[in-house]
Design a protein around this ligand. Structure first.
Ligand code: PLP
Length: 367
């Protein structure tokens, strides 16, 4: 272990002189939607090759002025994270495993040749932002304050190399249910036309480019009447990987809960990991292994696979109704939300909202 004496970044608070009124805020928090409304502030910091990280501050929320030659607009050197602040019944505000997001942000940064932001600065930026906008953390039901830390190449330069100037920012958005229709089983299109990530590529990094590459497959899914796309591996088109932005789980009739093993092209979800850790407490046997597309379709037909769901921070747990591909479609169980899937969703949210004991020390109080 190396000991460093670096000072943590100080996120100086520069208050928004024109925050939204209490009644405007109340109207938004009443019906927040997902990703459309933002709070009064944002956290920012700048990195330069010469000076490292500096100019950390919480500032009024607002647009960036970007030179048209800004590198991210051309070469997509960008990464992001997604996590939530949960208001508990006693009005305290908590994060769920934020050090996992910080570690993943650092791994994504490394893969995209961006500078790493220390865990304490990553969490420090969130603490400073939520402190400024604490009134924006909704209470009750399934509402949260969704946090979106991101980092991008902000140097104005058209040469292809890692940028010498990088901007970090964290914005916050009050959120209701990720899918506007609420928790409803989704139809999944298994794409054999497109893949999301290849060995040696950026699949394990949370970068905007992965999402850009998945959008056409999402359109293909929609053309087939499906809400989401499932990607298979790039080399053989044979093995299940994940959805465009969520990991996937299968439940079998003998109590196994199976998720594709991490291959380097699958994003290592915090929700995925939490479910693996908790499975045994729920009386399930967690399994990480390769899962064939054909095996899955057969297992659904024979009744061996009883439930399937997708998981991620934004939507928590989303039941899968059916799988569709060029050859036809197969219903998962009854096509309705499975009992175990519903129980897992509830168990995770009970921990996050402080309604049950946090035996793993996963919650971090910030207010
Ligand atoms: C963010 C993300 C997930 C889910 O990760 P969580 O940490 O559970 O939110 C899964 N797949 C992809 C591609 C992602 O970008």
């Amino acid at each position: 272990m190396t000991l460093t004496n670096r000072l943590a970044l100080e996120f100086e608070q520069r208050k928004n002189p024109h925050p939204r009124s209490a009644s405007e805020r109340a109207a938004i928090l009443d019906n927040p939607g997902f990703g459309t409304n933002f709070t009064d502030h944002m956290a920012v910091a700048t990195w330069t090759l010469a000076d490292g990280w500096h100019d950390a501050a919480v500032v009024p929320y607002g647009p960036f002025a970007l030179d048209p030659a800004t590198a991210v607009l051309h070469y997509a050197q960008e990464i992001f994270e997604g996590l939530k602040a949960y208001r508990h019944a006693d009005d305290s505000v908590w994060l769920f495993r934020p050090e996992q997001n910080a570690a993943r942000f650092a791994r994504s940064a490394k893969r995209l040749a961006l500078p790493e932001l220390a865990t304490e600065d990553f969490i420090g930026s969130i603490e400073a932002l939520v402190a400024a906008d604490v009134d924006w953390v909704p209470s009750g039901g399934e509402k949260t304050l969704y946090l979106r830390p991101f980092m991008f190449a902000s140097e104005a330069f058209l040469g292809v190399r890692a940028a010498h100037r990088v901007t970090y920012c964290c914005i916050a958005s009050p959120a209701g249910s990720y899918f506007s229709s609420g928790v409803k089983p989704v139809k999944i299109w298994i794409s054999t036309t497109y893949t999301r990530a290849a060995p040696g590529g950026t699949g394990a990094a949370k970068c905007g480019g992965n999402y850009a590459a998945s959008l056409i497959a999402q359109q293909e899914a929609a053309e087939h009447g499906c809400e989401q796309v499932m990607f298979a591996d790039a080399a053989e088109h044979t093995w299940l990987e994940e959805l465009g932005g969520m990991n996937v789980y299968l439940i079998t009739d003998d109590g196994e809960i199976i998720t594709p093993e991490l291959t380097g092209s699958i994003l290592e979800g915090v929700t995925r990991d939490s479910i693996l850790t908790l499975a045994a407490e729920w009386g399930l046997t967690p399994v990480e292994r390769r899962i064939g597309v054909a095996e899955t379709l057969e297992g659904l037909l024979s009744g061996k696979i009883t439930e399937m769901f997708a998981c991620g921070t934004a939507a928590v747990v989303t039941p899968i109704a059916s799988l569709h591909n060029d050859e036809g479609d197969v219903v998962v169980g009854t096509g309705e939300t499975g009992e175990t899937t519903a129980a897992i969703r509830k168990a995770l949210m009970d921990i996050q909202y402080g309604r049950t004991e946090d035996t793993h020390g996963w919650l971090k109080r910030i207010i």
